[in-house]
Ligand binder design. Structure first.
Ligand code: ADP
Ligand code: MG
Length: 485
């Protein structure tokens, strides 16, 4: 088990040319942590109702400043999580920030340049590279792509391209089993056997995501998109399967919308946030409180789906995306505050191993048969049901091998099962009958009485042997009656 708090990173979007800069600074702290100091300009400070501080300092694992490139973000943030997913642990990376701060750019990437590829395509590429290198296991990969808008889930990997509205896509619903595990009904899991297939699926999902967006339906800023890579692995011949899920999440815009919409009200406390992000905050606040037993995951679809990622069996990373120009300072501060609370959440990721039931059944059947045989031997209890066709065939094979073996020391071992012993006798009897007894050559000359047996010495020896045979017969009968065989 790996215990870990949620890792938090910050990424600052490059400022546009006309935007005012110089209102924040990034400091490298000791112990591989960084701090972000945001300076509130004098003319804005009065807008904050409860405090008039001029500067705010926030700690992050690492801060990616404006010039940071996509490959650096992937290396630091996504690669370690992808490695854990390959080893059988669940992972989640989610981007949180106001609309326009770079969530989609970070998670999916920009379309213009190849180097702008975001975390999803880079992670897919990395995972398939690693799978190709590792021939010690058999891997299977599937992907799913879910969009949650207004508490409704939609399957973005629906191949019906003609979907022109989000509502045309298959609706995904949540089901909870008696063990309180979440299942998503109608969310398709598409198999991807290589990077190209996986990228095509991502492209299909992104196309469906864009088609469904109209000016009236601002799905992209108000919806959450969860791209999930499902990996299962198994060593050849083993019944144990490892399964892990890696969620790459582009959350809805975190901006608080003014109640009245009047410009001057923007910095007051009366603000609404996307309702499911409000529930996400409640879950995070509850998780950070020590003795809270009830965590309100069920309040929204997004928190239900990401339940394991928040305070559960998952290694989770958050990227706070910041648009640090003067106009967005209050939103940036609230994004950083949210991140500081998230950093308090402890997760416990466990290795997701399970047994393949089919392989387990075969192994257990074998063990049961061995135990039955052993039991019959120890208790002397005999089984009475008829031998199966398979058992008879196996037995006949053993007898044939025995009869054909030229070694005089060879033995016929069929265990302590009287049914099998009887069958052996019958088999041999039939064999002898078929080969026309009294064709004496088949039987031992000692017993059949050749001409030579007429000599007195031979007669004496024959008598001794007959007595011995009789004695052995009696012994066998006694052993059988007392239950030893
Ligand atoms: P969000 O998804 O948070 O609403 P986007 O990712 O769509 O924001 O970013 C808004 C715009 O800014 C897009 O045009 C995007 O290409 C650009 N952008 C965001 N982050 C970066 C970055 N780090 N470097 C270059 N352009 C960026
Ligand atoms: Mg976006």
């Amino acid at each position: 088990m790996v215990k870990q708090t949620i890792q938090i990173y910050a990424r600052v979007k490059p400022l546009a040319r006309r935007q005012q800069a110089g209102i924040y600074s990034v400091g490298e702290d000791e112990k591989s942590a960084s701090s972000l100091e945001i300076i509130v300009p004098r003319d804005l400070a009065d807008g904050f109702v409860n405090n008039k501080r001029e500067s705010y300092k926030f700690k992050f694992q690492k801060i990616f400043d404006q010039e940071a490139k996509q490959d650096a973000v992937f290396e630091s943030i996504a690669k370690p999580v992808a490695e854990c997913a390959l080893a059988g642990y669940n992972g989640t990376i989610f981007a949180y920030g106001q609309t326009g701060s770079g969530k989609t750019f970070t998670i999916t990437g920009g379309a213009e340049r190849y180097s702008d590829r975001g975390i999803i395509p880079r992670t897919l590429s990395y995972i398939f590279q690693q799978l190709e290198k590792d021939s010690s296991k058999v891997y299977t990969t599937h992907v799913s792509y879910l969009e949650i808008y207004n508490e409704c889930g939609y399957d973005l990997l629906n191949p019906r391209h003609e979907a022109s509205r989000l509502e045309d896509l298959p609706k995904v619903t949540i089901m909870e089993d008696p063990d309180q595990n979440i299942h998503l009904k109608n969310l398709s899991l598409q198999q991807a056997t290589n990077e190209e297939e996986a990228l095509n699926l991502l492209f299909l999902g992104d196309t469906n995501r864009m088609i469904a967006e109209t000016p009236m339906n601002q799905a992209s800023t108000r919806s959450h998109c969860i791209f999930t890579i499902h990996i299962s692995s198994k060593e050849p011949g083993s019944a144990t399967i490892r399964r892990s899920k890696l969620h790459l999440v582009d959350l809805a815009g975190s901006e608080r919308v003014a109640k009245t919409g009047v410009g001057g009200q923007l910095l007051t406390e009366a603000k609404y946030i996307n309702l499911s992000l409000h529930y996400l905050e409640q879950v995070i606040i509850a998780l950070a409180e020590k003795h809270r037993s009830h965590i309100p995951y069920r309040n929204s679809m997004m928190t239900s789906v990401l339940r394991d990622s928040l305070g559960g069996n998952c290694m989770t990373t958050m990227i706070a995306t910041l648009s640090l120009d003067k106009r967005n300072i209050d939103e940036s501060i609230s994004t950083c505050r949210f991140a500081q609370r998230v950093a308090l959440i402890k997760n416990e990721a466990v290795l997701n191993e399970e047994i393949d039931p089919r392989l387990m059944i075969i192994q257990l059947k074998k063990v049961i048969q061995e135990l039955k045989d052993e039991l019959a031997m120890v208790t002397g209890e005999q089984r009475t049901e008829e031998l199966t066709q398979e058992e008879l065939l196996q037995l006949n094979e053993i007898i044939k091998t025995f009869l054909e073996d030229p070694d005089p020391e060879s033995t016929l071992d069929v265990g302590a099962d009287m049914r099998k012993i009887k069958h052996c006798f019958n088999y041999i009897k039939q064999l002898i009958n078929r080969t026309n007894i009294p064709d004496r050559s088949l039987l031992s000359p000692d017993i059949t009485g050749d001409e030579d047996t007429n000599t007195p010495e031979k007669k004496e020896e024959l008598k001794k042997l007959r007595d011995l045979l009789h004695q052995r017969d009696n012994e066998i009968n006694i052993l059988y009656e007392t239950g030893f065989i």
